[in-house]
Write a protein that binds this ligand. Structure first.
Ligand code: ADE
Length: 225
């Protein structure tokens, strides 16, 4: 899979992709993530990517021209499955969307800034808008990193234990069961006996029950959407 992230702040994105699972996924060539500096596609001598809003009002608006130039250059090289604008107005990211996007080959994530992008970009140049939550970030970069992480960890071969993404919270609309590691007894706090029993069937039943109990207690909205 290839993810091209269009941004005016490529440095903001470097760290999340340089550690741990995302780093390993890149090294194993299971994913290629590129940070594309929108300024490289600006047309004026100041390399501006934003301008004042027509009609007045506070806040700059990202211009259509550099974005169009950038998208044309990328689309010239390959076909994209989705061109996603990261925006608080978009559809709310959930596990189902991450699963769906993880099946694609080429994605573009466009990071917004300032007051947003010229509406003509949204109307004509993108295929989808995704939000990572009902709050406003200073820009789309952190949201793009979150979305990329949620996708990349699902790619075959990225996680050591291939089954572990399947047992994540949300994969079956249930949150994950509790997990424990050594020591089995820490002061008065003991690990549930069943987990030490070695009986796989009992353990898996216990885990499922715990998921149901936890989901009812903590996230009843998942059971009755
Ligand atoms: N850009 C600013 N806020 C955002 C959010 N909540 N989700 C996605 N992109 C954003």
């Amino acid at each position: 899979m290839r993810i091209d992230i269009i941004t005016v702040h490529p440095q903001l994105l470097e760290s999340p992709f340089s550690h741990s699972i995302l780093k390993r996924a890149t090294e194993k060539k299971l994913v290629e993530v590129n940070f594309i500096n929108l300024r490289d596609y600006a047309t004026n001598k100041h390399r501006s990517t934003d301008d004042y809003a027509f009609g007045g009002g506070a806040g700059m608006v990202m211009m259509i021209e550099p974005i169009d130039n950038c998208l044309k250059a990328l689309k010239n090289e390959r076909d994209y499955d989705e061109i996603i604008y990261m925006s608080p107005d978009g559809e709310l990211l959930n596990q189902k969307i991450a699963n769906q996007l993880s099946l694609y080959k080429n994605l573009i994530l466009l990071c917004g800034h300032y007051k947003g992008v010229d509406e003509r970009v949204r109307e004509n140049l993108i295929t989808r808008e995704i939000s990572i939550g009902n709050y406003v970030l200073s820009g789309g970069e952190l949201a793009a990193a979150v979305l990329s992480d949620s996708i990349i960890r699902l790619l075959p071969g990225v996680l050591n234990d291939e089954t572990s993404a399947l047992s994540d919270s949300f994969q079956d609309d249930l949150i994950a069961p509790p997990v424990y590691t050594r020591p089995a007894k820490f002061g008065d706090w003991s690990v549930p006996e069943v987990l030490l029993s070695g009986n796989d069937k009992l353990i898996s039943e216990w885990r499922h029950n715990q998921s149901v109990i936890r989901t009812k207690a903590k996230r009843p909205d998942l059971l009755n959407p």
